[in-house]
Write a protein that binds this ligand. Sequence first.
Ligand SMILES: *Cc1c(COP(=O)(O)O)cnc(C)c1O
Length: 433
Amino acid sequence: MKFYSTNKKAPVADLHKAVVKGLAEDKGLYMPEVIKALPQEFFDNIENMTFQEIAYTVADAFFGEDVPADTLKQIVYDTLAFDCPVVKVTDNIYSLELFHGPTLAFKDVGARFMARLLGYFIKQEGNEQVNVLVATSGDTGSAVANGFLGVEGIHVYVLYPKGKVSPIQECQFTTLGQNITAIEVDGVFDDCQALVKSAFMDEELNRHMKLTSANSINVARFLPQAFYYFYAYAQMKKKGLADRLVVCVPSGNFGNITSGLFGKKMGLPVKRFIAANNANDIFYNYLKTGEYCPRPSVQTIANAMDVGDPSNFARIYDLYQGNHGAVCADVSGAAYTDEQIAETIREVYDETGYLCDPHGACGYRALKEGLHADEVGVFLETAHPAKFRDTVERIIASEVAIPDKLAAFMQGKKDCVEMSKDFADFKDYLMSR
Ligand SMILES: *Cc1c(COP(=O)(O)O)cnc(C)c1O
């Protein structure tokens, strides 16, 4: 499979290059040249297949030409070492729980897949160590660090702003050891990001060590997210509820929903999608007006969706050839204030006993308000509520139980390297490695 850039000014890349580079030379996002439709027999029988079997069929359509079948199968099966169950919340609203992985958020799926695919490419190249640099304000660092933990040939450096990451998030990448180094930067998130960018541009450093990013726009993190849309459909079909299915995705950078739209192009019988935003309603406004007007993000309680210029808008635009009407035919939108998100968490909890996290709450509410009488909705519960414990406990005024997996991180010993925000210091450190 070849991958082209959404900006159309860079040469096409093979999978290996697209994964190692992440971003095309013209700063565009890579898109597969073909999105293969899956055969009708697959959909006829999908409810009898396991998550891994379904995912391998989808993976084969994107990666099968470039990765041997047994290797790809192994990567898919290792990635999905946990379930993504659909759970009933009300008569017509179901939650696709994507928080059963190691860091309790959906980013585990893409991060684990990318780590294993990159590991395969490195082995093929003769085992020269690759170093992944990732700047994080919280969740990305934990998903990437845990996704790459123990993968041979790769060392991960997670840069995070000192004192600006919640203790629960921090322990998910500072306690791991092995091939993961946490770097606590005396600055803010933007300083961490600037250090990573400078490192990628520094010629001397790049001669000294092989550097790559594990950014969420990477095709190896992005495409595997399609797996669980098919699996959700299979679970709903088994319940006899898949005929008029609406899937609602709490969205920030729009990678997650875009992979669902790829699924629809492959033939997944989802009637329509809803993108649920917080106060960062750039995409919602695009749907209403046809104009895409990015603006600086504002902080909300659903902070993983605080994005003012969603990168993957470029992929959606490309997928629908810029046709606003065609986008609107498949996707509608919604946007909620912090007060509405809090109200929703409280109401769902009081009325059904189901506890949403602030992101999933946006998804639930958009279905509650937007479902037609004959439709059934599934929203993506993108993280476990305990990851946002303080916020959620304040809202429901009772304690949120911490899952064992999360508690185990919190008992680990913190280990990190302290760093100033000067690139010269960061470079010295990496040059000495
Ligand atoms: C990253 C994230 C999102 C947003 O996903 P996008 O792919 O960026 O749209 C939503 N919820 C949670 C919990 C996240 O970590």
